[in-house]
Design a binder for this molecule. Structure first.
Ligand code: AMX
Length: 435
């Protein structure tokens, strides 16, 4: 058994009695009420999910296993000679709750390297798809195609005990996560770089290897590490995380679950917003003939977007009520590496002008920028100008958090998810009864 799995097993054994005790002794304690507007309005803020992998405070932003983004970036072991930590170390943190030592990270990196080989049939399937298929569709299909590899399914069919479900789920997770960077880079090079595929280099860490397979020089390796870490998890109520958890709750395996969560991430109100931001900015740039707009000109573009009934992509959030710290971490990277970049200047003007406009319009509960307002500009700067690929990068990162959640769901025996529906007529009756 690998050191990571051994540690995880120990943590699971320690954790199980806590969940059992809560259920047995305090199962009736009420933690949330549900109003009609929440039932119609996307279950917003109803407390009915449990995760220990991350927690999203509306004002502070995300904490991964209790650590803020600056703490994670500072405390996790760094790849030698690089600014950013190992993605592998972040996976260790998400799974166990502990900051790994350098040696522990190297072991995990080795573990991922061993599992990296992508079966040829995955590439054959990608090649059989029309080349103009959206990269998210390709990514989701490639993951789903590998479902036949699931060890969980084999073990389930062999009749293993519920208590052991987490074990083969963990194996499926590591096998799948190790392959995602190569699949993503393959889609990119096949679609957008004249089908010139760059094979992986097993000596590199995950972020370094991804940059290598994308064919982009330093510091794109650090960009990749930063991206995958920042996008990994945002507690479990967002569409991608919740979709993954929901699918897995039916005991569908990791491949079904991650493929499904990628489909949820592909919506413009969720992960696709990073592509939308760049598309929107390009539209503004075209109108400006490439020059930097004044704040007044930018205000007009923002109002035109709102007046035409569209949302301003990259702004607003269902939970956050301040600037997303994932936005700030990327902004710091931009200020250090690309302060003079034209698109960064656009993004910076938007940072100034959009929040007061959204406040004035009075609809959005959170006028501040989210992670997606800042992420495309970095990719563009390093040559990834095909913005419909951006959500795939989000998806590689998000898979780490969703997989960690699913392993723990299995370990703690969370049951199949099944909220209750009511009809509109029932709501009307309840409403009248309360008057
Ligand atoms: N531009 C214009 N209007 C916005 C807005 C924005 N950026 N953000 C919210 N609003 C509007 C909503 O459309 C809604 O209008 P309605 O009453 O006419 O339906 C109203 O403000 C209230 O919405 P809310 O409660 O503040 O937000 P929400 O929880 O319903 O939705 C989100 C959250 C992110 C979907 C929304 O802010 C939005 O559409 N933002 C733009 C798209 C985006 O950036 N998505 C990425 C989010 C992060 C991520 O998941 N990757």
């Amino acid at each position: 058994m690998s050191k990571l799995k051994e540690k995880l097993y120990k943590k699971i054994e320690e954790w199980r009695p806590r969940t059992t005790k809560l259920l047995k002794e305090y199962g009736d304690v009420k933690i949330s009420d549900v109003t009609i507007s929440q039932a119609i309005g996307g279950a917003r803020s109803i407390k009915c999910l449990v995760t220990d992998i991350s927690y999203l405070d509306p004002l502070e932003g995300i904490r991964f296993r209790g650590y803020t983004i600056p703490e994670v970036l500072e405390k996790l072991p760094k790849v030698p000679g690089c600014e950013m930590p190992y993605v592998e170390g972040h996976v260790y943190l998400l799974l166990t709750g502990d900051i790994p030592t350098k040696k522990e990270v190297e072991e995990v990196a080795e573990e991922f390297n061993k599992r990296q080989h992508v079966p040829q049939y995955v590439f054959d399937i990608l090649r059989a798809m029309p080349r103009d298929t959206h990269p998210m569709t390709m990514f989701s299909t490639a993951i789903l195609a590998m479902q036949r590899e699931s060890l969980f399914v084999q073990q389930y069919n062999a009749g293993i005990s519920k208590m052991d479900y987490w074990d083969s789920t963990y194996e499926d997770a590591l096998n799948l996560l190790a392959k995602l960077p190569e699949i993503a880079a393959y889609i990119f090079r096949m679609k957008y770089r004249s089908d010139t595929i760059i094979p992986p280099d097993n000596k590199l860490d995950m972020g370094g290897n991804f940059a290598h397979m994308m064919g982009i020089d330093k510091p794109y390796d650090d960009v990749s590490r930063l991206y995958f870490i920042l996008h990994s998890d945002h507690e479990s109520g967002n569409v991608s995380a919740h979709t993954g958890h929901l699918i897995a709750s039916a005991l569908s395996d990791m491949y079904y679950s991650i493929s499904g969560m990628i489909n949820g991430l592909a919506g413009p109100l969720h992960g696709l917003a990073n592509q939308e931001v760049l598309r929107w900015i390009q539209g503004v740039m075209d109108k400006m003939g490439g020059k930097i707009p004044t704040e007044e000109e930018m205000q007009k573009f923002v109002w035109d977007t709102l007046d035409s009934g569209q949302v301003v992509p990259g702004f607003g959030h269902a939970v956050l009520r301040k600037t997303d710290p994932r936005y700030m971490a990327q902004r710091e990277f931009c200020l250090k590496h690309l302060p003079e970049d034209l698109i960064f200047k656009y993004v910076d003007i938007l940072f100034k002008v959009v929040p007061p406009i959204l406040e004035k319009q009075g609809k959005a509960k959170n006028p501040w920028p989210n992670v997606d307002a800042q992420s495309g500009v970095i990719q563009w700067y390093y040559g990834v100008k095909e913005y419909d690929f951006y959500t795939v990068l989000f998806g590689v990162g998000r898979a780490f958090g969703v997989a960690a959640n699913i392993i723990w769901d299995r370990a703690l025996g969370y049951p199949i998810e099944r909220p209750k529906s009511v009809t509109t007529a029932m709501l009307e009756q309840m409403a009248v009864a309360k008057k």
